[in-house]
Design a binder for this molecule. Structure first.
Ligand SMILES: [Zn+2]
Length: 273
């Protein structure tokens, strides 16, 4: 499932192609992708001819803001991704399967591809209100949120995954953040010392920066590819995630897999306490 780093990769690739461009067509071929609307024509009628002002992201949501004030929200959920082609080099016969939405500008074709159809696109007249703070928000702001959670008896991993606190972190980066902080993901938040809480905050900074620089993670199933079809490469830097039985890059001990907060969770039994 795409997390902040993968969604931010799409945002950064969409932005230069969409800013100041008018949408020239919008077609949906699967009712689930536009399920919040009675008909995909509602989206088409509202955005065709409108110019894109901004391409934003909060957590795992992309927000394409039009000059008209309308917002086109995109959530990739389990398996959604976006592909782009220059119009001159586009051949619809090469479309991948499950291309459920196609929209265009003068120069580019964009496909929304989603095998499992949990992903969606929908319009709102105002920006969505998000409870959680974005994982890329300034460190001091995010630190306040985690400090406020330091009295919780829930596990570190459950808090990291809860979009109400920090938006954008999913299973991969929660594991990597705990490994970087050398903390067991199952530790209750209220068991952390001030120093450990500080390590957790710093680890979020480290992991968010390296994950975005690496354009996200493509695991074995290679389900994440960026807008140009390229794999991300953060998986090559993973300390623990999806590395059960392999050596910890820090100490060489075998990485173990367990279950925390209902999710498959990887950790080093030697480095993480
Ligand atoms: Zn280790």
């Amino acid at each position: 499932m795409p997390e902040f780093a993968e969604v931010e990769t799409f945002r950064r690739q969409l932005e230069p192609l969409l800013i100041n461009q008018k949408i020239t067509s919008f077609e949906s071929f699967h009712p689930r992708t536009t399920r919040r609307h009675l008909s995909p024509n509602e989206i088409r009628d509202a955005i065709v001819g409108s110019r894109v002002g901004e391409v934003k992201r909060h957590g795992k949501y992309i927000d394409i803001v039009f000059d008209s004030g309308i917002h086109l929200n995109i959530h990739l959920r389990m398996s959604g991704r976006i592909l782009s082609y220059e119009k001159d080099s586009y051949d619809p016969r090469n479309n991948p399967p499950h291309a459920h939405v196609i929209f265009t500008t003068d120069k580019y074709i964009f496909l929304f591809v989603d095998p499992r159809t949990f992903g969606e696109m929908w319009l709102t007249s105002e920006a969505l209100v998000h409870e959680g703070i974005d994982v890329l928000a300034p460190t001091a702001q995010r630190k306040k949120v985690l400090d406020a959670m330091s009295k919780s008896s829930r596990s570190i991993k459950a808090i990291l995954l809860d979009q109400k606190y920090t938006s954008g972190i999913g299973n991969i980066y929660a594991d990597e953040i705990c490994a970087e902080a050398q903390l067991l993901p199952s530790r209750p938040m209220n068991s952390l010392t001030a120093t450990e809480l500080d390590r957790l905050n710093k680890a979020i900074d480290v992991v968010r920066t390296e994950a975005i620089e690496a354009r996200g993670s493509s695991l074995k199933d290679k389900s994440f590819r960026d807008m140009h079809g390229e794999l991300g490469h953060h998986q090559m830097k993973h300390r623990v995630h999806a590395r059960a039985g392999k050596p910890c890059p820090n100490c060489g001990a075998q990485i173990l897999k367990t279950r925390v907060a209902g999710r498959g969770t990887y950790f080093c039994p030697h480095c993480q306490h």
